[in-house]
Ligand binder design. Structure first.
Ligand SMILES: NC(=O)C1=CN([C@@H]2O[C@H](COP(=O)(O)OP(=O)(O)OC[C@H]3O[C@@H](n4cnc5c(N)ncnc54)[C@H](OP(=O)(O)O)[C@@H]3O)[C@@H](O)[C@H]2O)C=CC1
Ligand SMILES: O=C(CO)COP(=O)(O)O
Length: 331
């Protein structure tokens, strides 16, 4: 198949390699000429994925939007979530009429509170059965090293989910399918907020009990919010939910975990942003989660406490005290 990836960041590039390994012809689209030339001429993305010495031969790149998507059967979107709307607008009239558009993004648009499925379909004028989301425990550097991993493809049209899953199946990468697009989107976005809090606790020097508490209470919070938004609660027990939570909250390869760890060590939000190696989606998504909780009538103690870290600069122990709350409640 001819597949295009919009956004040659760490995950866009690693996933492009998965697609190329699966036998597809892959074209990466990026704004920066340095990244385009590197992938096209030297098979290398030294800016965003330097750990890979040489990307596959059936992977190229262009900075020209029309050329990028011409004839593409599947178009992958892997752009920082807050920039997705602006970046996709110029593609609206260029996307082939039968292409499936797949989002790898894990975030909620802060300005509107919308999930990426909503942002992508709205911006591109795409029917929902031609939109798919991919989410799971997929730390890009490990997948770029071809370590065994699995993911989930969600589409309201299960046949289209299967087509996308087939396109990204390799000997080291396995894709499951689901029709629960909302659940998948909520899992990927909300676990980043939890990873910020776990990272912060780790950075402050706390151990396993504290991390397990934040992860478990966080899972409960994201499941309740997801259910209220229309998701299937089962999705939160699977790869995209618990699975991604374990990977993201347990690895310094996660930008969200690392961002949180830096806050826990005493860096300010500005300093943590400056040293971050790529986008930490949980940062802008935290406020969106709090607002969504308010709209849906679901308490979000963890996201609210994290928003006070990010907006008011409260410390890790103050964040945890907020999370504890004064009341005795049922678990
Ligand atoms: N890295 C990972 O392990 C995983 C990441 N994800 C998700 O995938 C998405 C992308 O992440 P990742 O690739 O790692 O992030 P990076 O920070 O490595 O890259 C972000 C990408 O967004 C692009 N971008 C930012 N602003 C704009 C804009 N205004 N117009 C066009 N492009 C823009 C960047 O382009 P440029 O390089 O030109 O700045 C870059 O390609 C995120 O939502 C993330 O949560 C999901 C699973 C795993
Ligand atoms: O989503 C991820 C792993 O599944 C990557 O997490 P970060 O965006 O925090 O690096």
């Amino acid at each position: 198949m001819k597949i295009t990836v919009l956004g040659a960041g760490a995950w866009g590039t690693a996933f492009g390699q998965v697609l190329a390994d699966a036998g597809n012809d892959v074209t990466m689209w990026a704004i920066e000429p340095e990244i385009v030339e590197g992938i096209r001429d030297r098979h290398r993305n030294a800016v965003r994925l330097p750990s890979v010495e040489r990307l596959p031969e059936n992977m190229t790149a262009t900075g020209d939007r029309a050329e990028a998507v011409r004839g593409a059967e599947i178009i992958i979107v892997s752009i920082a979530a807050q920039a997705a709307r602006v970046a996709l607008e110029p593609f609206r009239d260029l996307i082939p009429g039968d292409a499936i558009v797949v989002s790898l993004m894990k975030g909620i648009e802060r300005a509107t509170g919308k999930r990426m499925d909503e942002v992508v379909t709205e911006t591109l004028g795409l029917p929902e059965d031609r939109f798919a989301a991919i989410s799971g425990p997929n730390l890009s550097k490990e997948i770029a090293a071809r370590e065994p991993a699995a993911t989930v493809v969600a589409c309201t049209n299960i046949d289209n989910a299967r087509r996308v899953a087939h396109a990204c199946t390799t000997h080291y990468f396995k894709a499951f399918v689901t029709t629960d697009v909302i659940g998948l989107e909520m899992c990927g976005s909300l676990k980043n907020v939890i990873a910020l809090a776990v990272g912060m606790a780790r950075g402050a020097g706390y151990g396993e009990n504290t991390a397990a508490m934040i992860e478990t209470r966080g899972l409960s919070e994201m499941t309740a919010l997801g259910k209220a938004a229309g998701a299937d609660p089962k999705t939160f027990c699977g790869l995209a939910g618990v699975g991604d939570l374990i990977a993201t909250c347990g690895s310094p390869l996660s930008r969200n975990y690392t961002f949180g760890a830096n806050l826990g060590k005493g860096l300010s939000v500005e300093e943590a942003t400056r040293v971050s190696n790529g986008v930490a989606e949980g940062v802008p998504t935290t406020d969106a989660v709090v607002a969504l909780g308010r709209k849906l009538g679901v308490p979000t103690p963890l996201a609210t406490a994290m928003s006070h870290v990010l907006d008011r600069g409260i410390s890790c122990s103050e964040m945890l005290a907020e999370l504890f709350g004064p009341d005795i409640t049922e678990e």
